[in-house]
Design a protein around this ligand. Structure first.
Ligand SMILES: [Zn+2]
Length: 60
């Protein structure tokens, strides 16, 4: 029996005060809709292989 294969994209977003907030980082190469996987110190796109390093946070 085939099950529904709905990709719940909306789970990557949340609505707060009427604004859409992205919970995941999207790939600048593939465009919005392609989300990047988060690693400890970088993000990587599973589609094109783009890697973006996290910037060290400045603490005040
Ligand atoms: Zn990509």
């Amino acid at each position: 029996m085939a099950k529904h294969q709905n990709v719940q994209k909306y789970k990557y977003y949340k609505i707060e005060d009427g604004k859409v907030i992205r919970l995941k980082k999207t790939c600048p190469r593939c465009g919005p809709g392609v989300f990047m996987a988060e690693h400890l110190n970088r993000y990587s796109c599973g589609r094109c292989g783009y890697t973006e390093w996290k910037k060290p946070e400045k603490k005040k």
